[in-house]
Design a protein around this ligand. Structure first.
Ligand code: ADP
Ligand code: MG
Length: 255
């Protein structure tokens, strides 16, 4: 019996920048519907992995499988349309656009037929626009920003900007959502709101890879955790097991 393909299969991925090996033959499987933590000290290769998974970098060696199909070497736009969305370590939004418009940009990218309708038929275009507004509002509501729809992204407080970035990523209707340190710089109440949002997103069946420094968040949310150090996988398993792994402890202590 053929086993269900993993949401993401990373096979012996190596990424070199000149003489520096940022990822050294890393393999890992992300199970569908789970939140998979990716942790490790600064410079261990976490963001590089995100960039490989989203096609920003083509790995020096190895393969990336999305639902069993190889995607390494494909363009970021193509990978996004195949179902991988992301948020960035440093928030990236269209600062001069409203929260609603930011999410709608994601929708347009996700719906080629909608774009075609826009180009070909003005009535269909208007109906599509109305549909897009409703969908974007639903996503804002999901992340708790329904009341901020008309606010420009630059005028939102930082915690809400982080949530807006998640809503925009979800507009692509991704199978897999990659989150690069979504809690960085957040206050405790903001972190609580973020965790609630991620639980809801998981409830919708979206698989997530979560890069996160706060161990309490990883412990609370992640079904499995992979630990990188100097580009190598040094530990993997359930969060509470990984946390007590001597290799992980020494990596974080720098010994
Ligand atoms: P992390 O996100 O775990 O803090 P990164 O993936 O950002 O780590 O970086 C891993 C290593 O790769 C670091 O030594 C970093 O300096 C290096 N690196 C990342 N991106 C590049 C790049 N585009 N060119 C050269 N070196 C890079
Ligand atoms: Mg990083």
């Amino acid at each position: 019996i053929a086993s269900e393909p993993k949401a993401l299969g990373i096979r012996d991925v190596t990424m070199r920048f000149g003489g520096l090996t940022a990822l050294d033959s890393v393999s890992l499987d992300v199970q569908p519907g789970t939140i998979h933590g990716l942790i490790g000290p600064n410079g261990s290769g976490k963001s590089t992995m995100m960039n490989v998974l989203t096609g920003v970098y083509t790995p020096t060696a190895g393969r990336v499988l999305l639902a069993g199909r190889p995607i390494q070497g494909t363009s970021p736009a193509r990978i996004a349309s195949q179902g991988i969305a992301r948020t960035f370590q440093n928030v990236q939004l269209f600062w001069e656009m409203t929260a609603l418009q930011n999410v709608k940009v994601g929708l347009h990218r996700g719906m080629r037929s909608g774009l075609l309708a826009l180009a070909l038929d003005t009535r269909a275009a208007r109906e599509h626009e109305a549909g897009a507004d409703a969908q974007a509002m639903a996503l804002l509501e999901l992340v708790g920003l329904a009341g901020d729809a008309a606010t420009d992204a630059r005028d939102l407080p930082y915690g809400k900007q982080r949530l807006l970035e998640i809503a925009r990523a979800l507009a692509l209707q991704p199978a897999v959502l990659l989150l690069d340190e979504p809690a960085a710089g957040l206050t405790a109440p903001d972190v609580a709101a973020l965790m609630q949002v991620l639980r809801k997103v998981k409830g919708f069946g979206v698989t997530m890879v979560l890069i996160e420094h706060h161990m309490d968040i990883v412990m609370a949310l992640c079904d499995a955790v992979t630990v990188l150090d100097f580009g190598q996988k040094i530990s993997e398993g359930q969060a509470h097991t990984v946390r007590n792994d001597p290799r992980v402890i020494s990596a974080y202590l720098g010994t």
